[in-house]
Design a binder for this molecule. Structure first.
Ligand SMILES: *Cc1c(COP(=O)(O)O)cnc(C)c1O
Length: 443
């Protein structure tokens, strides 16, 4: 397993994250356990901010909180000078309760409810990213009712297909998100937004996909958005103040993944902006980006305890851990690949190839196929790396499995940021109606 951030193997041959020996974390918090390398999260935030500073452009870096949205993470994003994307009342509530400044919160989503719109307006968030005409009308009328002026971006699909897994592409025309530039609906949306006196159109937003390893998709998106901006300027006399280029910056999950440095993505984007907005635009717009995965992905590690195994001679050996698709649904959803190590015997040589199964009643509940490890024993600790993004946030209670705890590890200290669910939490929302609460029907 590749060691990210502060992760290292200590003298005892144990994996250590943020100066904390994972065998001690297991003793203290149990498994499965999400461990976040706080220093690495902060470093990633700083890489974005400093790369943008170096560009000389005005900017906002909004952490896409859906990747991992808990109050402690919102605090870190705030401390590091980030803005924050939310896509639901739950994420918005989390951010507000964590004291995240409302004016730096951006609200996304293709089907915001009336309740969500009202909650976000009342909280005075910075910006709505409007996805469709129904939302544009709804937002305009709620803002009018409340007699406020709401800042918006329009989400556009520039018709760029990033090189990525099909399920996570959003920039092409056949997408549930946004107004298409190519077929004229984005142009029409700009006209309609400009007519709405309670909406202040700041500009446009485009997000071309996720886990992107090249810059050409971003450069092409900048070009298409700039061409669109120029047309709006020429035909409607309106200049965008803000251009949001979304997230999707790739990270290294496994050997063979070849992401660029954060600074390289940012430089490609800011250079393309300078090129395509120069010569006609009186002022270069403020550039926003929205990294999610690349802020938290490689800072997360999931620690499991090995339980049973099943050796099928000549076929494969399954090794089961005490979590699975409930804490990491990505392999089952997208065939995502992960690396792992035996965290309590990290220096021992490879002896066998095993496949790591979860404990759910589902054959598809496999975390890793064909992983090389030392001889695995019941009670060993398996650490799966790069689980910081879209793991806790996508976790479920399937099979009524309790969601794990999350700890931040930092300079030898560990702090719980989410406690492990209890069995009481599992039944906490259940109710038994009176009429079925008494005697059995069959006597
Ligand atoms: C998911 C999403 C992001 C973040 O994507 P990452 O791949 O996690 O960087 C940013 N913007 C929008 C609109 C998204 O839907």
């Amino acid at each position: 397993m590749f060691l990210h951030g502060t992760s290292q193997i200590n003298a005892a041959g144990h994996l250590e994250i943020g100066g904390c020996d994972v065998t001690e974390l297991k003793a203290k918090y149990g498994t499965p356990l999400y461990i976040v390398d706080e220093e690495l999260v902060r470093q990633r935030c700083r890489e974005y901010v400093s790369a943008f500073r170096a560009s000389g452009l005005k900017f906002q870096v909004a952490y896409a909180s859906k990747a991992f949205c808990v109050m402690a993470m919102c605090r870190i994003a705030d401390q590091e000078g980030m803005s924050l994307d939310v896509v639901s009342e739950g994420e918005l509530y989390t951010a507000l309760q964590a004291g995240f400044p409302a004016e730096r919160i951006h609200f996304h989503g293709n089907n915001k409810t009336l309740d969500e719109i009202e909650m976000a307006i009342d909280a005075k968030i910075g910006c709505f990213v409007v996805d469709n005409l129904i939302e544009l009308q709804l937002l305009g009328s709620v803002a009018a009712e409340k007699n406020v002026r709401v800042q918006i971006l329009l989400r556009v699909t520039p018709g760029v297909e990033a090189h990525t897994h099909e399920y996570i592409s959003t920039g092409q025309i056949d997408s549930k998100f946004g107004f298409d530039i190519g077929n004229g609906s984005a142009f029409e949306a700009v006209q309609l937004a400009m007519e709405q006196s309670h909406l202040e159109l700041l500009g446009v937003h485009s997000h071309i996909g996720s886990q992107i390893f090249e810059v050409d998709g971003f450069e092409l998106a900048v070009q298409k958005v700039a061409d669109f901006a120029r047309r709006i300027d020429q035909e409607l006399g309106f200049q965008f103040k803000v251009v949001n280029l979304g997230g999707g910056f790739g990270i290294r999950y496994v050997e063979g993944d070849t992401p660029l440095e954060v600074a390289q993505y940012v430089k490609a984007i800011t250079d393309a902006v300078k090129t395509h907005f120069s010569g006609w635009s009186s002022e270069t717009p403020e550039i926003w980006v929205e990294p999610g995965r690349s802020i938290v992905g490689d800072a997360g590690t999931t620690l499991y305890t090995v339980g049973t195994s099943k050796d099928i001679p000549g076929v494969r050996k399954y090794v089961a851990v005490d979590g699975g698709m409930t804490d990491n649904p990505r392999p089952a959803l997208y065939e995502s690949k992960y690396e792992a190590m035996l965290a309590n015997r990290a220096n021992e040589p490879v002896e066998e190839t095993v496949s790591i199964a979860g404990k759910c009643c589902e054959s598809g509940d496999m975390l890793i196929w064909d992983l090389e490890l030392p001889k695995v024993e019941r009670g060993d600790l398996l650490a799966v790396s790069c689980t910081g993004a879209y793991n806790y946030s996508m976790a479920s209670n399937y099979n009524r499995i309790r969601r794990p705890a999350v700890v931040f590890a930092h300079q030898g200290n560990s702090d719980l940021v989410v406690r492990r669910e209890t069995l009481q939490d599992i039944i906490g929302n259940d109710m038994i109606p009176e009429r079925i609460s008494k005697e059995p029907v069959l006597k």
